[in-house]
Design a binder for this molecule. Structure first.
Ligand code: ADP
Length: 189
């Protein structure tokens, strides 16, 4: 199985590229952000629990994530692996993921980051706010999300570099060009 983590700050294009990569390589796309938004919309117990956390741009507690991941992975069949989009976001999540995958006799194949600077990110997210009206895309919340990314998620780069699993591509440019760069990295594996 090919277990691919698409990594990068909020607004780096992980969602868009994950869908394309998943389709091209017959992988299941697992976006924890999408799972949370679906639960909020459907007012499930989980949705009610995480709504205010997400609206503030904070991270959902690690202990909730692993069961969500396990559940999402268990529902998949007939795929050649997974694209993880928005997970893991903390070192604890990365360690929990390794345990879960090893129970399934699997492991993380590669971690690929979309490289996009903060200025571009803020511009994109503000634009998305206008187009999609996501509650966590206001200026204040965006800054909080970037801050949390820098403090809690960036350290994962070191975690995966130490395992020789980390690589990155330029995340600024046309959607197709970025997709081609990602595919070149995947094909070279
Ligand atoms: P983005 O990449 O634009 O920040 P996502 O759709 O991936 O957006 O996530 C939206 C929000 O959902 C995050 O800001 C966070 O509150 C919550 N979330 C998603 N994935 C995780 C995760 N792995 N751990 C904790 N919180 C998460």
């Amino acid at each position: 199985m090919f277990n691919f983590i698409l990594f990068g700050p909020p607004g780096s294009g992980k969602g868009t590229q994950s869908i394309k990569v998943a389709e091209k390589y017959n992988l299941a796309h697992i976006s924890t952000g999408d799972i949370f938004r679906r639960n909020i919309k459907e007012k499930t117990e989980l949705g009610i629990k995480v709504k205010s956390i997400i609206e503030k741009g904070e991270l959902v507690p690690d202990e909730l994530l692993i069961d969500i991941l396990d559940d999402a992975m268990s529902k998949v069949s007939g795929k050649d692996g997974f694209v993880f989009d928005g997970f893991p976001r903390t070192c604890q999540q990365a360690r929990d993921m390794d345990v879960l995958l090893s129970l399934k006799k699997e492991s993380v194949s590669i971690v690929l980051a979309l490289d996009v600077n903060d200025e571009e990110i803020i511009g994109r997210l503000l634009k998305r706010a206008e187009l999609q009206g996501r509650k966590d895309d206001t200026k204040e919340v965006i800054e909080n999300r970037l801050d949390i990314y820098n403090k809690q998620t960036q350290p994962l780069i070191k975690f995966y570099k130490e395992q020789n699993k980390f690589t990155s591509v330029n995340g600024i440019g046309g959607v197709e060009d970025i997709c081609n760069s990602i595919c070149t990295v995947i094909d070279s594996q």
